[in-house]
Design a protein around this ligand. Structure first.
Ligand SMILES: Cc1cc2nc3c(=O)[nH]c(=O)nc-3n(C[C@H](O)[C@H](O)[C@H](O)COP(=O)(O)OP(=O)(O)OC[C@H]3O[C@@H](n4cnc5c(N)ncnc54)[C@H](O)[C@@H]3O)c2cc1C
Length: 381
């Protein structure tokens, strides 16, 4: 196949990560950005997600990953406001906060520990007894022994966010090529030459690999790339009932599941964590476990109409940390993948770090996220 065109940067993958990077490149003045998407924009893991931006709720200690997540969460008000300004689309960033409930003795021990370390670390967190927690959210089960409130752990309507990102890219003149697959990335003597797509070759000096769970299928000639594996997550969605518009305002977490109330009255319940290859089906056992964990949090969902189920594939690297930044082996090859359970949360910081690396040659703050950490355990399919 012949040459299709040339680009300053080719971004592979139109999920939240690729779209955020493409927009950030265009905003930073990179003129000719081409984003190549195999199927439809924002239709995979980023569409399936719950949109929680909640690093504190699940963390038992602080490390580089926790810091990265908190930094990205704190970028969200500005990120969402800028997207709204650029596109007129409101991504429904909901800053009500997150409650983490204890429904068993083991849960209570866990939240006590979480409270202690986060208070010592100076993080924003509140401990609530059952009466105070139920005063905040009356739908929570009577079996509640206590709860933590994380005022800064928030949520966004990820599907609206994706619409806003697509519109922002269109306005900025990013070329969005859908229905086009990148099969391989070509390099010569340690430098990127371009991307071989199903519609022809795109000549470029810089390629960003942000293909989510499918990233390892992209062949990089002369260099293996980190192994990224799919981890299936199923979701159940309830509609609002006529008499009670929404059962809760906060995101409500337990150790086993979560409820995410949307501003339009829907409630999402999640999720599963399954090794099922690239099979995105919804299963009876997946829905069963989500429903029983959701009912444990609140019996009130039993009255709600069930309006949807779906599944998505989270992209996971071997150590479950994201793979971010330039390859040390091939100049112009940049990775932004492996965001696993936190790709919506990590989108703003990923956009910033990747664009800083491409445009200003800024070295990533923490080499623990770099692609070269897998030097001995990478694949080239
Ligand atoms: C049920 C569930 C709940 C979740 N909840 C949350 C949450 O609450 N908060 C949170 O932060 N994260 C959450 N996540 C995780 C989050 O969804 C992912 O980390 C994130 O969406 C990954 O974004 P991505 O852009 O890397 O991948 P994707 O959204 O999967 O996008 C990758 C894109 O690349 C395209 N592509 C792949 N290979 C090629 C190729 N060779 N050529 C062209 N295109 C290609 C694909 O078609 C796809 O569109 C959840 C995930 C699931 C499944």
């Amino acid at each position: 196949m012949g040459q299709l065109e040339t680009a300053d940067v080719v971004v592979i993958g139109g999920g939240v990560i690729g779209l955020t990077i493409a927009r950030a490149l265009a905003l930073r003045g990179v003129r000719n950005v081409v984003l190549v998407e195999r199927a439809n924009l924002g239709a995979e893991a980023s569409f399936a997600a719950a949109g929680m931006l909640a690093p504190q709720a699940e963390a038992d200690y602080a490390d580089g990953f926790f810091d990265l997540c908190c930094q990205s969460r704190d970028m969200y008000p500005t990120f969402a406001a800028a997207l709204r300004e650029e596109t007129g689309i409101d991504s429904e960033l909901d800053q009500t906060g997150t409650l983490y409930v204890a429904l068993t003795e083991q849960d209570q021990r866990e939240i006590d520990h979480r409270y202690d370390w986060q208070v010592r670390a100076g993080l924003s967190i509140q401990k609530l007894g059952p009466i105070d927690a139920q005063a905040l959210e009356s739908c929570i089960s009577q079996n509640l022994s206590g709860a933590l409130k994380f005022p800064n752990d928030i949520q966004i309507e990820n599907r609206r966010l994706l619409n806003a990102l697509v519109a922002a890219n269109e306005k900025l003149g990013v070329r969005l090529m859908t229905g086009t697959t990148v099969g391989s990335i070509r390099s010569d003597r340690g430098r990127i030459e371009g991307a071989e797509t199903s519609r022809g070759f795109i000549s470029t000096g810089t390629v960003v690999v942000s293909g989510g769970a499918w990233s390892s299928f992209i062949k990089v000639l002369d260099s293996p790339i980190p192994r990224i594996e799919p981890v299936r997550g199923q979701m159940v969605c309830f509609g609002s009932s006529q008499s009670r518009p929404c059962i809760a305002r906060h995101v409500i977490y337990s150790r086993r599941g979560y409820l995410v109330p949307r501003l339009d009255g829907r409630v999402l319940a999640g999720s599963t964590t399954e090794q099922a290859g690239f099979n995105k089906v919804v299963t009876a056992s997946g829905v069963h476990s989500i429903l029983s964990n959701a009912l444990e949090i609140s019996q009130r969902i039993s009255d709600l109409p069930l309006v949807g189920v779906w599944a998505g594939l989270r992209p996971r690297a071997q150590d479950s940390w994201p793979v971010l930044g330039p390859s040390g082996e091939i100049q112009g090859l940049v990775f932004a993948t492996g965001h696993y359970r936190n790709g919506i949360l990590l989108a703003p910081i990923t956009g910033k770090l990747i664009v800083d690396a491409i445009v200003d040659n800024v070295v990533l703050p923490d080499p623990a996220f770099g692609p070269d950490r897998f030097a001995n355990v990478r694949v080239n399919r």
